[in-house]
Write a protein that binds this ligand. Structure first.
Ligand code: CP3
Length: 320
């Protein structure tokens, strides 16, 4: 995906509330307004690139945006709130396989960013992770309700997953046509599943999605340290590692499966002193086998209140 010898670097959630220029825009616009306006989304996407030497822009959007077109009513405050969660088979039947306006405003924002910065990544949520939000009545903390739904309403669960695969494949292909170099699939809640259930409820739908996507792909599985073998079985080109994953073990799998890796500094390390941030970043880099294609990143998104100078230290240390 990258031809230069230099290790490329970006940070998940590199645009957001730790940046004063983002908070200034949030005084005037809601999160959904920022996402739904191509001009504002492009501006927010470019904000971190004006401050840091990150190599990759990540389109400013949210994994939940395509759900609006499907008929899911949602808002952010700042976490997501779903007003009509799916709980029975009839609820699945009332949804449609339509990504709605996100199929227009996200690709348009990508085109605007590309006028200023060519290397941009797109993304979407995994079918499993989106099913978690869609079926969550807020009863359990870690989306156990979705596991129960998958176990007890098998046909409705499968219909929902098929619908998500259709919506997400169209959404990702439109992002690729708009010019993103790669798309990342966020399986943020994959890690709540055992390996056996991961192979039943998440991975097959990721595979179906990947088979329909025409471009470079990255798979991130949150809290997925017990699922390394499984994610490396996927056909994604790169595996993005949670900070709890062992980088050396992941490199051995990457060599065996001919994949690249991305990650995986613990985002809380950015709250340490610059010296420690720099040492931890160097330690991460030293664990990556030289023959494995590698993109430096965190093991999850930048946290709110992260010191800006630590982001700079992380990026500059990668560039050596
Ligand atoms: O990486 C980037 O810079 C692009 C922006 C981005 C956002 N959401 C913006 C956002 C990306 C890649 C996402 C993906 C996303 N959204 C995921 C997958 C990544 C992960 O964290 O595992 C998930 C699970 C969501 C759902 C979501 N959206 C949550 C849980 C929240 C609340 C989290 C928080 O920080 O409070 C959101 C809201 C959200 N998405 C914000 C941003 C900048 C905060 C909204 C605000 O600024 O008010």
């Amino acid at each position: 995906m990258f031809k230069s010898d230099k290790t490329p670097v970006w940070l998940m959630r590199q645009a957001g509330r730790y940046l004063p220029e983002y908070r200034a825009l949030k005084e005037k616009y809601s999160f959904l307004e920022l996402c739904r306006s191509p001009e504002l989304a492009a501006e927010v996407t470019l904000q971190p690139l004006r401050r840091f030497e990150v190599d990759i822009a990540i389109i400013f959007a949210d994994i939940l945006l395509p759900l609006q077109g499907m008929g899911i009513e949602l808002d952010f405050n700042p976490g997501p709130k779903i007003f009509n969660p799916v709980s029975k088979p009839e609820d699945v039947k009332s949804l449609s396989a339509d990504g709605g306006e996100s199929n227009k405003y996200v690709p348009e924002a990508i085109r605007l960013v590309k006028k200023e910065h060519d290397t941009i990544f797109g993304f979407c949520g995994s079918p499993w992770t989106l099913a978690c939000y869609i079926t969550d009545p807020g009863k359990y903390k870690h989306f156990q309700n979705t596991v129960i739904f998958a176990r007890t309403q098998q046909a409705a669960f499968e219909d929902l997953m098929e619908m998500l695969v259709e919506v997400l494949s169209e959404y990702l292909n439109l992002q690729l046509e708009a010019g993103v170099k790669a798309v990342q699939i966020f399986d943020s809640w994959g890690g709540i599943l055992s390996a056996e259930d991961y192979k039943r409820y998440s991975l097959p739908w990721i595979e179906k999605l990947l088979s329909k996507v025409n471009g470079n792909t990255i798979l991130y599985c949150g809290n997925g340290q017990h699922l390394l073998e499984e994610v490396f079985e996927s056909s994604a080109d790169y595996i993005s590692l949670d900070w709890r994953c062992n980088l050396e073990a992941a490199c051995a799998l990457a060599q065996k499966k001919n994949k690249g890796i991305q990650g995986n500094l613990d985002p809380t390390i950015l709250f340490e002193s610059p010296d420690i941030v720099s040492k931890a970043t160097k330690s991460m880099l030293s664990k990556v086998a030289p023959d494995v294609p590698y993109i430096a990143n965190l093991g999850h998104g930048v946290l709110q209140d992260t010191p800006i100078e630590s982001v700079r230290t992380f990026v500059d240390t990668v560039h050596g």
